[in-house]
Design a protein. Structure first.
Length: 386
């Protein structure tokens, strides 16, 4: 079957690599997504193992929907009893792009009416809508008046791994943190650190990559588990195999620090929830007091963009970040993920590489700085000489 994996803009290629690694075929990048072929096992694996995926969708019907009458009629042609029981709940999420129909809530309502009217006509009863935790979540996407209906196999977004307190607000979600670690090219033979670790998301995702731990090992449920064709024995075998492939604790460690003690406590709680206390070491320290634990390694950090700071303060923070890299991180590769390009100029170093990404709706850059020590010529872009 043809499947779709959703991701962030700029992460499409890394997602394609993940899909190929689990056995998906005919993998192709789309905009904020990747399409691929796979069977039920691949569908389950994509949900469990793909670190940069947000949702795995299973398209099942496509038709013209140039007006609301056609939309209603086409949805009524589908035998919904194959997918829903009267005791089931469902929800419809609608996205419109260059469509004659311009109000997504109205379209969702019209699609819902077509489904429940079919049940009422056959049985006199109807299934209920549950926006939060439906048994079947349907994605309705209209582009150039062509409607595609898909089943959402993931349930809650796959970035909600289950190790982070849901009340913990953080600008960087887990799937993006994993993408940053993968895009950094970290080879897993040297330490990785974050000297502004916040709630520890980058650290945890890096540790799971290091230990080959399935990113959604702790997720409470997936959408496909309430589908009529759910195969619990197949799912158990895939889950058990993923657990068996986990790697033991190694000498390589993941290091984090932050100046905020409350945030550090939350980070440590998240690390404990993820079962990674033996891999991640966190301490309270100002960025300028960060000490690299070895002669070489990789730093991946997501500093504030300045939404809650005065302009002078954010510029000073980025200058201090550049000074810290020059003084404390010789021999290391540093990656900075930021949505504030003006502030990034105050780092005081020229990046050797710039990746264009989006953190949700925020346009960002992922900047690489090679901090050389010793005899490396300072004229090389992105370097600083000791």
């Amino acid at each position: 079957m043809k499947l779709i994996a959703k991701t962030f803009a700029g992460c499409e290629e890394i997602l394609c690599e993940e899909l190929r690694a689990i056995g998906a075929t005919d993998v192709n990048p789309l905009v904020r997504a990747a399409e691929f072929d796979g069977d039920q096992a691949i569908l389950y694996k994509a949900n469990l193992l793909c670190r940069t995926a947000l949702r795995i969708l299973k398209p099942f019907k496509s038709f013209d929907a140039s007006n609301e009458t056609i939309l209603y009629q086409e949805i009524q042609k589908i035998d919904w009893s194959e997918h829903l029981d009267l005791s089931s709940t469902f929800a419809i999420n609608t996205t419109l792009n260059q469509s004659n129909l311009t109000h997504s809530q109205f379209v969702s309502q019209k699609a819902k009416d077509a489904i429940v009217d079919q049940f009422r006509a056959k049985t006199g009863e109807r299934p209920s809508v549950d926006i939060e935790h439906p048994d079947l979540r349907i994605h309705l996407h209209i582009h150039l008046n062509q409607c595609t209906l898909s089943f959402d196999s993931s349930g809650e977004s796959l970035h909600k791994r289950g190790y982070r307190d849901l009340t913990n607000q953080a600008p960087l979600n887990e799937a993006m943190a994993a993408a940053l670690v993968l895009l950094s090219g970290w080879d897993r033979t040297t330490p990785l650190a974050d000297f502004m670790c916040g709630s520890g998301t980058i650290l945890i995702e890096a540790a799971m990559i290091l230990r080959n731990i399935a990113p959604n090992k702790h997720k409470r449920y997936f959408g496909f588990q309430t589908w009529k064709d759910y195969n619990p024995s197949l799912w158990k075998s895939i889950y058990d195999e993923a657990i068996s492939r986990e790697l033991p604790v190694s000498d390589i460690k993941i290091y984090g620090s932050d100046i905020n003690g409350v945030v550090i406590d939350k980070a440590r709680e998240n690390v404990t929830n993820a079962g990674l206390n033996d891999t991640i070491l966190i301490r309270k320290a100002a960025m300028e007091h960060f000490k690299t634990p070895s002669e070489s390694g990789t730093i991946v950090t997501n500093p504030p963009y300045g939404l809650r700071l005065e302009p002078h303060d954010i510029m000073e923070l980025y200058k201090q970040m550049g000074d810290t890299m020059k003084q404390q991180c010789k021999g290391w590769t540093c990656w900075i993920f930021t949505g504030n390009m003006d502030a990034a100029k105050h780092i005081g170093l020229r990046p050797s590489r710039k990746l264009h990404l989006f953190n949700g709706p925020v346009e960002c850059r992922f900047l690489k700085f090679d901090i050389y020590a010793g005899s490396k010529k300072a004229s090389k872009q992105g370097t600083v000489q000791e």
